[in-house]
Design a protein around this ligand. Structure first.
Ligand code: BT5
Length: 326
């Protein structure tokens, strides 16, 4: 499932590029091997790996390989060439259990800051508090390994920063009327577009890595949630690899800004509140155990990323709108 290293990822990207260029005419294994500076056996291995990911590549004696169909999946070797500033390592494949579990395993193996795991489907996608994240094909599922030099309190605000990064990305793709729902949902008018799950890999008191996992609904497909929002609802069918590249550029960009600002949320508070969906709404914030933490009108967000509800500053919780009694 994992892409072993950059070189093999680049080679795979090279094979796809050469096949695309050859079009319906096709290209021989020998020519591919020569162009890429690898053996014919290695070409055969890359072609097999691509077929496993859903590429339809035919092989005809005397003609060679012909690319017939490219799957719409955020595969690392499709995403990498589209990155604006490729200063991250990409891993992943068509399908996995949960990209957060894969990223945690990578972090435990010592993967550097800004390693990214991508998938086009998840078999065990997780939300917060053991909830499910519905993860069929048509979605984008990605998790980062981040290693900021920040305190645990500062890390908590990172999930808001990631939310802002997602919002910037979907706007860049052309989506309209997108809003943030504190702490970590991105909404379109017809429902939830994206969820973020922030997990930590810690030893005793020290945080080794933070793993933000991001689920974005891209194209409505079989298995899509009826009450979820999909980018395709507004923008028509999109290429998952392009969505992934815009997302990774945006998140790496805002992560760099956040670190330059000393890992403080305060410099981003105004931008966040401008796009906050809840300001002026009457809400109820509940703790993990379901008990009420705060009730009242949302006034904004403070410099630490806490939601201001009435005169309370709330650090964490699940927010629901309070429907007036009739
Ligand atoms: C979240 O949880 O919103 C965090 C979701 C994080 C998913 C990513 S995908 C990549 C990485 N790998 C993982 O295994 N997870 C992360 P929460 O706030 O608990 O919201 C979960 C709730 O959102 C569910 O109970 C449903 O009501 C709703 N939901 C589930 N799947 C959805 C989807 N695809 N679109 C919209 N809403 C969904």
């Amino acid at each position: 499932m994992m892409t072993p290293d950059m070189t093999s990822m680049e080679r795979r990207a090279g094979v796809v590029q050469a096949l695309r260029k050859a079009g319906a005419v096709g290209v021989s294994g020998e020519t591919l091997a020569h162009q890429l500076g690898i053996s014919r056996a290695a070409v055969g291995k890359h072609v097999s790996a691509l077929r496993e990911c859903g590429y339809l590549i035919t092989s005809t004696p005397g003609v060679g390989y012909t690319l017939k169909r490219v799957p719409n999946l955020p595969l690392p070797f499709e995403v990498y060439p589209l990155l604006h500033e490729p200063d991250c390592d990409l891993y992943g494949g068509a399908e996995t259990g949960s990209t957060n579990d894969d990223a945690k395993a990578l972090a435990a193996q010592g993967a550097p800051d800004k390693s990214v795991v991508l998938a086009g489907r998840q078999l065990a996608g997780r939300g917060r508090l053991g909830r499910e994240w519905v993860s069929p094909e048509g979605g984008l599922y990605l998790s980062f390994v981040l290693r900021p030099q920040a305190s645990i309190a500062q890390m908590a605000s990172l999930s808001l920063i990631i939310g802002l990064g997602v919002l910037r990305a979907v706007r860049r793709l052309g989506a309209k009327d997108v809003k943030l729902k504190w702490p970590n949902d991105v909404l379109m008018p017809n429902g939830k577009l994206c969820g973020i799950l922030l997990e930590m890999v810690a030893q005793m008191e020290r945080v080794d890595a933070v793993i933000p996992g991001i689920g974005v609904n891209v194209n409505r497909s079989k298995g899509a949630l009826e009450n979820g929002a999909y980018l395709s609802d507004q923008l028509g069918e999109l290429e998952s690899a392009r969505v992934a590249a815009v997302m990774i550029d945006s998140i790496c960009g805002i992560y760099d800004e956040w670190r330059q600002e000393g890992c403080r949320f305060q410099p981003f508070a105004q931008e966040y509140v401008n796009d906050l969906s809840l300001v002026g709404d009457e809400v109820c914030v509940r703790r993990i155990d379901g008990t009420v933490e705060a009730e009242g009108v949302v006034r904004g967000i403070d410099g630490d990323g806490c939601l201001i509800v009435g005169d309370r500053h709330v650090l964490a919780g699940d927010v629901t709108l309070r429907v007036p009694e009739v």
